[in-house]
Design a binder for this molecule. Structure first.
Ligand code: GDP
Ligand code: MG
Length: 296
C-alpha cells in the first residue's frame, strides 16, 4: 500500500472544541484549551501518524468578527488555511444550534473548493444529534458528516479513518514521532498562558500575552526559563500577581509541573508581569509576540 499524506484545517467559531479535537487526534497536547473564547491565537500544527500515512492537522483561531488588530490577524490565520489543504473539518457544537457565527463560517467555506467534513462535537452534551446534524448540515454542501466527543474520545477512530480517505499518496512531511512544529519556547509560553486563562475572568484572559525571553540549560536536564506576561493595564497586572503574589506563584507552579512532564526536563520558571498599553492594537507588539497576519 502506498503511503498517504496530506493536510486538514480545523475551523469553526470560537469555543466549539477545535483545539481539544486537535489534541485528541494527535494523542498529545499540542494546543492549549480553555472555556474562554479566542484562546487559540495562531495556527497550530499537529501531526497524526498512522502506519499507512500521515495527516497534518492545522488548528486555527476561531472565526469571528474581529474587534482589534489581534483579532484580525487571528481570523486571517484561520481563513488563510482553507485553500491550501486537502480537507477542512468544520467543527460545530452539537449541543447548540447554528447562529450567526456559523453562517459566517459557512459563507467563507462556500468560497473554496476544498471538501468539508461537518464535525458535530460535544456529543456527550447533545440531547439530539440527528436534529443538530440536520440544522448544521443545511449550512453548506458538506462532503461528509462525523459526530465526536473530543473531550470523551468518542468517534475519533472513525473520524481519523474518514480523514485518511481524503488523502493521496505523498511524502511523510514530519519525521515519525513529531507531534507539532511549534518550537519549545512557544509551547512553554502557551502553557503559561493556559494557566492564566484558567484562573482569570472577564477581560483579563483576552488582555494577556506571554513571551519566553530566555531559555537556557543550567545543568544537565535543568533549564532556566524567564517569561514575560504582558497585560494592558496596571489593574490587570495586580490581578495576575494576586494578593501577596499568590496567583502568580500558583500559575508558575502549575505551569512548571506541566512543562516538566511534557518536555521531560527540570525547570526553574521565572515569571514577570509587564504592562504594555494596548498591545492588541499595536502591530509592532503583535509581530514581536509572534502574532503574524494570516494570508487571505
Ligand atoms: P476552541 O476555541 O474551538 O479551540 O475550543 P477549545 O478546544 O478551547 O474548547 C472550548 C471548551 O469546550 C473547553 O472548555 C473544552 O474542554 C470544551 N470541550 C471541547 N470538546 C468538548 C466535548 O467533546 N465535550 C464537552 N463536554 N466539552 C468539550
Ligand atoms: Mg482553540
Amino acid at each position: 500500500m502506498e503511503y498517504l499524506s496530506g493536510f486538514a484545517a480545523i475551523v469553526g467559531r470560537p469555543n466549539v472544541g477545535k483545539s481539544t479535537l486537535l489534541n485528541a487526534l494527535v494523542g498529545t497536547k499540542v494546543a492549549i484549551v480553555s472555556d474562554k473564547p479566542q484562546t487559540t491565537r495562531r495556527r497550530i500544527l499537529g501531526v497524526v501518524d498512522e502506519p499507512g500515512g500521515q495527516l497534518v492537522c492545522i488548528d486555527t483561531p476561531g472565526i469571528h468578527k474581529p474587534k482589534h488588530a489581534l483579532g484580525q490577524t487571528m481570523v486571517g490565520q484561520a481563513l488563510g488555511a482553507l485553500a491550501e489543504v486537502d480537507l477542512i473539518l468544520h467543527v460545530v457544537d452539537a449541543s447548540s444550534r447554528p447562529a450567526g457565527g456559523e453562517r459566517y463560517v459557512a459563507q467563507r467555506l462556500a468560497a473554496v473548493a476544498t471538501p468539508v467534513v461537518l464535525v458535530l462535537n460535544k456529543l456527550d452534551l447533545a440531547p439530539d444529534v440527528r436534529a443538530a446534524a440536520l440544522a448544521y448540515g443545511a449550512l453548506h454542501q458538506y462532503t461528509s458528516v462525523a459526530s465526536v466527543s473530543a473531550l470523551a474520545g468518542t468517534g475519533l477512530t472513525e473520524l481519523k479513518r474518514l480523514c485518511f480517505s481524503f488523502l493521496s499518496p505523498g511524502p511523510r512531511y514530519f519525521p515519525e514521532g513529531t507531534v507539532t512544529d511549534q518550537p519549545e519556547h512557544l509551547l512553554v509560553a502557551e502553557l503559561v498562558r493556559e494557566r492564566i486563562l484558567l484562573h482569570t475572568r472577564e477581560e483579563v484572559p483576552h488582555a494577556v500575552a506571554v513571551a519566553v525571553e530566555e531559555m537556557t540549560e543550567r545543568a544537565s536536564g535543568l533549564f532556566y526559563v524567564s517569561a514575560a506576561i504582558y497585560v494592558e493595564k496596571e489593574s490587570q497586572k495586580a490581578i495576575i500577581i494576586g494578593q501577596g503574589g499568590r496567583l502568580l506563584r500558583q500559575v508558575g507552579q502549575e505551569a512548571r509541573l506541566e512543562i516538566e512532564g511534557m518536555l521531560g526536563v527540570r525547570l526553574y520558571l521565572d515569571l514577570w508581569v509587564k504592562v504594555r498599553k494596548d498591545w492588541r492594537n499595536d502591530r509592532r507588539s503583535l509581530a514581536g509576540l509572534g502574532y503574524e497576519p494570516g494570508r487571505r
